[in-house]
Design a protein around this ligand. Structure first.
Ligand code: KG4
Ligand code: ZN
Length: 352
C-alpha cells in the first residue's frame, strides 16, 4: 500500500507500513531493530561489559565497542526479522543527545548504509524516542492520547514533557544538575555496588524499610529537579555512620537502598502530580531507563488512580536504551515526510 507525499514539488511514494531499520548508539549499548510500520519485528541489544570495572561509561571504550558490535548486531536484527537489506526502505538513527564518539559510529554507519541501499535516512532525537516508545504496537492497544505528560527519567536526563503530538514536545521542567539515573548510580557507587547501580538499588529495596533513613529533598523551582545534593547528603551520612559502625553499609544495605529510592521517587512523583494538576491532560506516562524502576512504576499507577488519569508504563525492553524506540520515532518522521540528507552530523547536546 502506498500513499503520496509532496516534497520539493516532487511526488514521492511512501509505503504505509515501511520497513525501517533503526540504530541506537548514544551511550554504551549497541542496538538495532527492524520495524514494519509500528510493529517491532526484532530488537537486538549488545551491552558493553567493559565499563563495569571503571564504575561508569568510558567514552572512548564505548566508541570502540560500538564499532566492533554494529555490523553483527544489525545483521542479527535483520535475520531475526526475516528481512533482507534490499527490503529496507528507511534507516533511522540516533542523532543525539549522547556521547559524541558513540553517536558518530551509529550515524556514520546509517549514512553509509542508506547511501549504499538508496534508502531514506531519518535522524532521531533519543529523548523523543524514549517517549514515543509508548506507541510501539502492543497487544492491549494501550496508547496515550495527545496531549499527555511524560516524565522522562534516564541516566542523562530528567524531564517533564508535555507531548502535544508525535513531533511536538514542550519541556515543562527539567533537572538543573544531575539526572535521576545518575543519582541512583552515584549513590550505588558510594554503597560499593557495581555500575549501573540503579537496578541493584531497586532489587535491594525489596527487603528494606523505606523510612529507615531520611534524606533532604531539594528546594528548587516548581517544575525543576535537582539531584546533586542528595548524592552529597548520602556521602556525608555514610561517612558519619561508618565512623561509629564500620560495617554500617553491609548491615543496613537494604534499608539504605530503600530510603534512597523512596527519596528519589517521591521527588519525581510529586512534580508529576503538580504538573498534571496544572495541565489536566488525563494521561500520564513515564519513559527512559529509570522507568524500569519497580517503585516508580507502582507509584505512577497509584497517582493515576488518585488523579483519575490513565497511566502508561513502557514494557521493560523499551525502558532502557534500545533501537525499537528509535524505529518508532523514525516511523512518525517518515509519516511526516521528514528525512535527513547525507550531510547530517551527530550532536552530543541535542535539545528535545
Ligand atoms: O535510558 P537509559 O538506558 O540510558 C540513558 O539514556 O541514560 O537509562 C540508564 C539509567 C541508568 O542510570 C540506570 O541505573 C537506570 O537507568 N536504571 C534504573 C533501573 N533500571 C535502569 N534505575 C532505577 N531502577 C531501575 N530498575
Ligand atoms: Zn536513554
Amino acid at each position: 500500500m502506498f500513499v503520496f507525499a509532496v516534497q520539493n514539488s516532487k511526488l514521492i511514494a511512501l509505503s504505509k507500513s515501511p520497513i525501517i531499520l533503526a540504530i541506537e548508539s548514544s551511550c554504551d549499548d549497541t542496538s538495532a531493530a527492524v520495524l514494519k510500520g509500528k510493529l517491532v519485528c526484532s530488537n537486538l541489544i549488545a551491552n558493553q561489559a567493559v565499563h563495569e570495572q571503571y564504575g561508569g561509561v568510558v567514552p572512548e571504550l564505548a566508541s570502540r565497542a560500538h564499532q566492533a558490535n554494529i555490523v553483527p548486531v544489525v545483521q542479527t536484527a535483520l535475520k531475526k526479522a526475516n528481512v533482507e537489506l534490499k527490503d529496507v526502505e528507511a534507516i533511522a538513527f540516533t542523532k543525539g543527545p549522547g556521547l559524541l564518539g558513540s553517536l558518530l559510529v551509529g550515524t556514520s554507519f546509517a549514512k553509509g548504509l542508506a547511501w549504499g541501499l538508496n534508502a531514506k535516512l531519518i535522524e532521531v532525537n533519543h529523548m523523543q524516542a524514549h517517549i514515543l516508545a509508548h506507541f510501539i504496537s502492543n497487544e492491549h492497544n494501550h496508547y496515550p492520547n495527545f496531549p499527555f505528560i511524560c516524565l522522562t527519567v534516564s541516566g542523562g536526563h530528567t524531564q517533564l514533557v508535555l507531548v502535544k503530538g508525535p513531533t511536538a514536545f514542550e519541556i515543562i521542567g527539567q533537572t538543573i544538575d544531575d539526572a535521576i539515573g545518575e543519582a541512583f548510580d552515584k549513590t550505588a557507587k558510594l554503597l560499593n555496588l557495581p555500575y549501573p547501580g540503579g537496578p541493584l538499588i531497586d532489587k535491594m529495596t525489596k527487603q528494606g524499610n523505606p523510612n529507615a533513613f531520611k534524606f533532604p529533598k531539594p528546594q528548587v523551582g516548581e517544575f525543576e529537579f535537582s539531584f546533586s545534593g542528595i548524592k552529597t547528603s548520602v556521602l556525608y551520612f555514610l561517612r558519619d555512620a561508618l565512623k561509629s559502625e564500620p560495617d554500617f553499609i553491609k548491615l543496613h544495605l537494604h534499608d539504605i537502598c530503600a530510603s534512597i529510592q523512596k527519596t528519589l521517587v517521591d521527588i519525581v512523583i510529586e512534580k508529576l502530580e503538580k504538573a498534571e494538576k496544572k495541565y489536566k491532560t488525563g494521561h500520564l506516562a513515564i519513559a527512559g531507563g529509570v522507568s524500569a524502576n519497580s517503585e516508580l512504576r507502582d507509584r505512577l499507577q497509584k497517582l493515576g488512580s488518585k488523579l483519575n488519569a490513565k497511566t502508561y508504563i513502557p514494557p521493560f525492553e523499551y525502558c532502557t536504551d534500545n533501537a525499537a524506540m528509535i524505529g518508532i520515532a523514525g516511523y512518525f518522521l517518515y509519516e511526516a515526510n521528514q528525512f535527513a540528507n547525507l550531510s547530517v552530523a551527530p550532536k552530543a547536546r541535542l535539545a528535545l
